[in-house]
Design a protein around this ligand. Structure first.
Ligand SMILES: *[C@@H]1O[C@H](CO)[C@@H](O)[C@H](O)[C@H]1NC(C)=O
Ligand SMILES: *[C@@H]1O[C@H](CO)[C@@H](O)[C@H](O)[C@H]1NC(C)=O
Ligand SMILES: *[C@@H]1O[C@H](CO)[C@@H](O)[C@H](O)[C@H]1NC(C)=O
Ligand SMILES: *[C@@H]1O[C@H](CO)[C@@H](O)[C@H](O)[C@H]1NC(C)=O
Ligand SMILES: *[C@@H]1O[C@H](CO)[C@@H](O)[C@H](O)[C@H]1NC(C)=O
Ligand SMILES: *[C@@H]1O[C@H](CO)[C@@H](O)[C@H](O)[C@H]1NC(C)=O
Length: 577
């Protein structure tokens, strides 16, 4: 303990000397993985190409010992530790990342799930087999030592094995898992899905919410809330009501977190509305991107840095890290103000969760709770209609709390209320299609772009992401409009051909794609190299192959006069009918 209190004193001393105020708590208590001088020294020395490497390394000794050894090194070098000594120190006190997990072949994996038979194009069918095989590469199980000696790991113990995204993302992630689970259910792997659900439910019981991912440095931020929807999809496949009954209160608890810690009051035209936002009031640079956050902050006066760091964390909580969506007043990361944005997708996800929870409670015979959620949803819909919907433009938008204005830039997330089934009348569907047309989205033949702005960030043009294709395609496909269904199919076809073409070329699936060039390429930009794997991309591809298996083709046919003209014609037809 002497080590820790020594470190604290030292930290305080340094803090006082530099005139810093320690205003906000760090993302976790660990003096190694979340805050403190050791973390700062190692990350700022850039011992590894990716800052995530260091904070994923398990300890070879107890944390107290590691800290007191570091303290000694720090004292003996007068606070100026050479890079070589630092490297030696890390080699002696830490192990390489990844050893705390083992690859796990899901027990419920079996060859040739039934739906493959419905894929007419033989090349696409063979590809679906490959995607199904990749689950065996992405399965992970956490070793028991992580449970026995949690202090020696940044990994959060989860009792059940899971599927990871891939690449640098070697642990579980929250919102990724929804699309992974959709794919797993098509692969007839409900037992794996149940285990992943149990892990998330355990997190809610333990921490009150599902963390962003399975590491202590992710603890104080969540990710887009899709846990209730995951449960719904699992139930649709298994009808496992006993599992629902056992866990319904935990699902309720997650909603309490979002309403207690992530809501915001907005008065507008004499009415009072409550909606949700991403907000992470915890200080310091993100441990897994420490040097980048520190260097960015150095461009600001000292008293503005903590605020920048909270907004970066909130951007990570949004799942869109990073994007012009969160920038207020410029196209630059320094102007990130995530917590000042009321996001269309977050509120759509919660609107859907409220509806599903009302259904769940009805099934279980708790009409009081069912009524509570229906009222909450009605209030949310009224708020979304008043603040996020724009009748002229025919879409929902993010709303800026400070400027009290909608952000009218194009993002696929603007259509998420349709995807969530929160609003689905035919008039809305028709306006949404016109909105896509007005933004010339149908002229992008390789996928729906994340935005139309180039910011250098990965959640902007020219990148396209699998979950965002689903947000648009499923919303339109499930609507009652034949025209919307035709549009949805065309968009799914474009995306499948992009994924397939690059798979043929590189034998890999990516987290994101560059859709601005005619030859499909992996995406780029942002904080790290593009990653392969890739959980949610595979999940969405399997979903499209399932829905349109009899229609999809692996090769782009002769181009129609122009997809957008065809769609415009369909739209006119629809307006006339
Ligand atoms: C490091 O220096 C501080 C302040 O001089 C002292 O309190 C502490 O005991 C020293 N720690 C070690 C491990 O030498
Ligand atoms: C730290 O030590 C290096 C040599 O090891 C030296 O070049 C550098 O100036 C020192 N920095 C400070 C702040 O004393
Ligand atoms: C295959 O397609 C048929 C006809 O559309 C459908 O009835 C059946 O459910 C599909 N099978 C699977 C496993 O998706
Ligand atoms: C919103 O306003 C209501 C009523 O005035 C209040 O009870 C609630 O605490 C406020 N919530 C937030 C997040 O400010
Ligand atoms: C409904 O759920 C609430 C919250 O979990 C609980 O307090 C109440 O007893 C339940 N009522 C019934 C009828 O099950
Ligand atoms: C909707 O968009 C139009 C056109 O940009 C704008 O004039 C109007 O103020 C917007 N409405 C709302 C409610 O923001």
């Amino acid at each position: 303990m002497q080590g820790i209190s020594g470190m604290l004193q030292l930290g305080l001393l340094l803090g006082l000397q530099l005139g810093l105020e320690v205003a906000l708590p760090p993302p976790c208590d660990s003096q190694i993985y979340c805050t403190g001088e050791l973390l700062r020294q190692v990350q700022m020395a850039k011992l590894y190409q990716d800052d995530k490497h260091f904070v994923d390394m398990p300890l070879t000794k107890d944390p107290d010992q590691v800290l007191s050894d570091f303290n000694e090194l720090f004292n003996s070098s007068g606070g100026n530790i050479s890079r070589d000594l630092l490297k030696t120190f890390v080699n002696e006190h830490f192990k390489d990342p990844g050893q705390e997990m083992e690859t796990w072949i899901p027990e419920d994996w079996k060859a040739s799930p039934r739906f493959f038979q419905n894929i007419s194009d033989t090349r696409l069918r063979a590809w679906a087999e490959d995607l199904h095989n990749i689950w065996k590469k992405l399965g992970r199980k956490i070793k028991l030592d992580v449970s026995d000696q949690p202090d020696r790991y940044s990994l959060i113990y989860a009792a059940h094995p899971f599927i990871v995204p891939g690449g640098r993302f070697i642990e579980f992630y929250y919102w990724d898992s929804y699309w992974v689970m959709q794919g797993l259910l098509l692969s007839e792997m409900a037992a794996t899905v149940k285990g992943m659900l149990q892990n998330f439910l355990d997190m809610v019981k333990h921490y009150g919410h599902v963390p962003n991912g399975g590491r202590v440095y992710y603890l104080q931020r969540s990710q887009p809330p899709l846990l209730t929807l995951m449960m719904d999809r699992y139930l649709a496949y298994t009808n496992d009501l006993a599992f629902l009954r056992d866990n319904i209160e935990t699902l309720d608890l997650e909603l309490v977190f979002w309403m207690r810690d992530r809501s915001v009051n907005i008065s507008h035209k004499g009415e009072h509305y409550v909606l949700n936002r991403y907000h992470v009031p915890y200080g310091g640079p993100r441990p897994e991107s420490y040097s980048k956050d520190e260097e960015l902050a150095e461009l600001l006066p000292e008293d503005a840095r903590e605020s920048l760091w909270t907004e970066l964390k909130a951007g990570a909580e949004a799942g869109w890290d990073f994007s012009s969506r969160w920038f207020v007043g410029s196209n630059y990361l320094l102007d990130i103000k995530t917590s000042q944005v009321v996001p269309a997708d977050l509120n759509a996800f919660l609107c859907q969760a409220e509806e599903l929870l009302a259904n769940f409670h009805t099934k279980l015979g708790n009409m009081t709770m069912a009524q509570y959620y229906l009222e909450a949803q009605a209030q949310r819909k009224a708020a979304m209609k008043a603040l996020l919907w724009n009748e002229t433009l025919g879409s929902w938008f993010d709303f800026h709390i400070e400027t009290r204005k909608q952000n009218h830039a194009f993002y696929p997330s603007n259509l998420s209320p349709l995807w969530a089934g929160c609003f689905s009348d035919l008039d809305t569907v028709r306006k949404n299609i016109k909105y896509l047309e007005d933004n010339k989205i149908f002229t992008y033949r390789h996928g729906i772009p994340t935005s139309l702005q180039i910011s250098g960030q990965q959640w902007d043009f020219p990148n396209a992401w699998a979950p965002l294709q689903d947000l648009v395609v499923k919303g339109l496909a499930d609507s009652g409009s034949a025209q919307a269904q035709e549009v949805a199919f065309q968009l799914a076809q474009n995306w499948i051909q992009t994924n397939f073409a690059l798979y043929q070329k590189n034998k890999a699936m990516y987290e994101k794609y560059d859709i601005s060039i005619d030859v499909a390429e992996p995406g780029g930009g942002g904080e790290y190299e593009v990653q392969e794997g890739f959980g949610w991309t595979n999940g969405v591809a399997l979903q499209f192959l399932d829905r349109y298996g009899n229609l999809l083709t692996s090769r782009s046919g002769p181009m129609l006069p122009s997809t957008s003209w065809l769609l415009l014609a369909l739209l006119l037809l629809d307006l006339l009918c």
